[in-house]
Design a protein around this ligand. Sequence first.
Ligand code: HEC
Ligand code: HEC
Ligand code: HEC
Ligand code: HEC
Ligand code: HEC
Length: 176
Amino acid sequence: MSKKRIAVVMVMGMVVISGLGMGGWMYHEQLQMTGVAWAMDWSPAMDCSGCHSGQVASQKDKKLLSNVHAEKGVTCLDCHEKNAMETQHKAALAGAPVTKLKMDKKTCFNCHIAKNKHANYEDVAKLTADFGEHFNPHDAHVGRLECRACHHMHKESQNKCSECHTGRTWPWKRVP
Ligand code: HEC
Ligand code: HEC
Ligand code: HEC
Ligand code: HEC
Ligand code: HEC
């Protein structure tokens, strides 16, 4: 049994236990054995907190960007596209190895374009022009990094620049 397989079985074990413990949880009824791993249907209507309590809790944490979005009514599935989620969960819950999430900057632009705000990298760079020509985090010598290299949702953001320029700090005051 691979480590990932074991982890999935453990996740599913926890689901079964909490499912038996809480009246509202009917998921265990949908569970069925397929070989060594549990398989179940996933639906976008499910309560995400059953399996992703950390990410759901992040919506209330003012130190996290997830909170900024939740306060404006942005839901989990606004960022994590429904159809992709369906495919991924079917595979994950059947015990397949899970690829680590790598959210493309297109997803970020998608939404911010609709709002006609920071529509592309040039526009984003304008927002932080006050950092100065060479120190603008959105327009520096490292090129156009994926947004998630610095801005995280469910954990504290990090500044990639400081990884190499250890003696320097960049302000991080306006957004979490
Ligand atoms: C029955 C448990 C269960 C429920 C309910 C559930 N998920 Fe998941 N989810 C998983 C498992 C298992 C994985 C794969 C392991 C991991 O990445 O944690 C996963 C992975 C993910 C990932 C990461 C995918 C990747 O590429 O790394 C996202 C995003 C996600 N779920 C979103 C959601 C959202 C949004 C909901 C609510 C609509 C939800 N999940 C409900 C079990 C669940
Ligand atoms: C504004 C966009 C956005 C929203 C809203 C959002 N996420 Fe995420 N999510 C991300 C990004 C970006 C990542 C990649 C990891 C990172 O950089 O924090 C991620 C990663 C994840 C992962 C993979 C594990 C991890 O933490 O890296 C899971 C599971 C997940 N999200 C579930 C959820 C659930 C459940 C909700 C609703 C409570 C939600 N997300 C809301 C953008 C979002
Ligand atoms: C479904 C729409 C949606 C998606 C997708 C989305 N955002 Fe946002 N984002 C918002 C909204 C709404 C706000 C609240 C601020 C506002 O009203 O402009 C916001 C605020 C922010 C802020 C705080 C600064 C500000 O303008 O207030 C940052 C930083 C941010 N988003 C980065 C990201 C990144 C990085 C991603 C991709 C991982 C992303 N967003 C994906 C809708 C979205
Ligand atoms: C090299 C790290 C890094 C990358 C990559 C990055 N950002 Fe930023 N971003 C920052 C820093 C640093 C700030 C300023 C934080 C502060 O002052 O609180 C910021 C601020 C912002 C703001 C708020 C600007 C304001 O003050 O109104 C938005 C919106 C934003 N980023 C969006 C994005 C988007 C969208 C992407 C991807 C296209 C992205 N960022 C990529 C580091 C980064
Ligand atoms: C992979 C490592 C790495 C990362 C990440 C990185 N730099 Fe650099 N940077 C360097 C190196 C190496 C030099 C050239 C040697 C020097 O002058 O320190 C340099 C030089 C610079 C210079 C000109 C010299 C100086 O110190 O005034 C500026 C400005 C700068 N980087 C800004 C940034 C900003 C802003 C970021 C984040 C968006 C960033 N760097 C991220 C490695 C990095």
